[in-house]
Design a protein around this ligand. Structure first.
Ligand code: MF3
Ligand code: CO
Length: 261
């Protein structure tokens, strides 16, 4: 069963998502050559604390491991769940995926973006553009009366039509009182398949797109997912509320006034 948020739940989702978007937005201008991914983690941790929220990633348990940072920062061939490090220095031409998942007042908001470090190669610029567009196209497909597979197939068609591949080992998801709620939202699939979209669903739509093949593997650190062929990978994500009037993106900075803790 896909959870349907009531008025109260929707109000809280709006709030946490606005905070998650504010944190993500604050990190983007810090991305430049010479900065380490731990610098971004430190800035993210401070901004999360300033806004009175909590990272849903820090201490997140997967098997016997707990995620050790407040942000996920994935560089180049890293798809998702990169662990910030003092040793990872950003260089011109890199791309960096920033993924921020926060809890505030018992609700969770999830968003991600991939940003270039200074100038990047034209093929990588296209990778970022197509992945960002795929997110927009996926969001637009999240209409009441459609099915989850309509989101999946729309994303897949745009990505593959541009010569890239969609990661299949990880999927988008419902989000709310838990980081991962039903439904799963693959970035590949058939139109007309899956659950019906009803009003009051909060969905994390998140195309993960590889320049090369779709296969991925997890590094020995137990978290970092990389493309198997080590080709660059991009990730854009919004949390979206489904309504009778159409999908509403909740993870836009400035939707709700920021409070200082
Ligand atoms: N957005 C990521 C996800 O949905 C966040 C994971 S937090 C981590 O899987 F702890 F697993 F890194
Ligand atoms: Co997510």
């Amino acid at each position: 069963m896909i959870p349907i948020k009531d008025k109260e739940g929707i109000a809280r989702m709006r709030e946490v998502c606005a905070i998650a978007a504010t944190v993500l937005d604050s990190l983007k201008p810090l991305v430049r050559p010479g900065v380490t991914t731990m610098d971004l983690e430190e800035a993210g941790r401070a901004e999360i604390a300033r806004l009175g929220a909590r990272s849903a990633c820090y201490g997140y348990q997967h098997g016997s491991r707990r995620y050790p940072a407040h942000t996920c920062i994935s560089v180049n061939e890293e798809v998702v769940h990169g662990i910030p490090s003092f040793k990872r220095v950003l260089r011109e031409g890199d791309i960096v995926s920033l993924d921020i998942v926060l809890e505030y007042n018992g609700y969770i908001g999830d968003n991600a973006v991939t940003v270039p470090v200074a100038a990047v190669a034209p093929a990588i610029e296209k990778l970022l553009r197509v992945t960002r567009e795929a997110l927009g196209i996926g969001v637009r497909a999240a209409q009441v009366g459609n099915r989850i597979g309509d989101i999946s197939s729309a994303v897949q068609a745009h990505v593959e039509g541009n010569g890239f591949s969609v990661v299949r080992d990880m999927v988008g998801h419902g989000v709310g009182v838990a980081m991962h709620e039903p439904p799963e939202i693959p970035n590949f699939g058939k139109r007309g398949s899956g659950d019906k979209i009803r009003p009051g669903m909060t969905l994390a739509i998140e195309p993960m797109v590889n320049l090369g093949g779709y296969a991925t593997l997890t590094l020995p650190d137990g978290w970092t997912v990389v493309s198997a062929d080590r080709s660059p990978s991009a990730h854009f994500e919004h949390t979206v509320l489904t309504t009778e009037k159409g999908p509403e993106i909740l993870t836009i900075p400035g939707l709700v006034p920021a409070r200082t803790a």
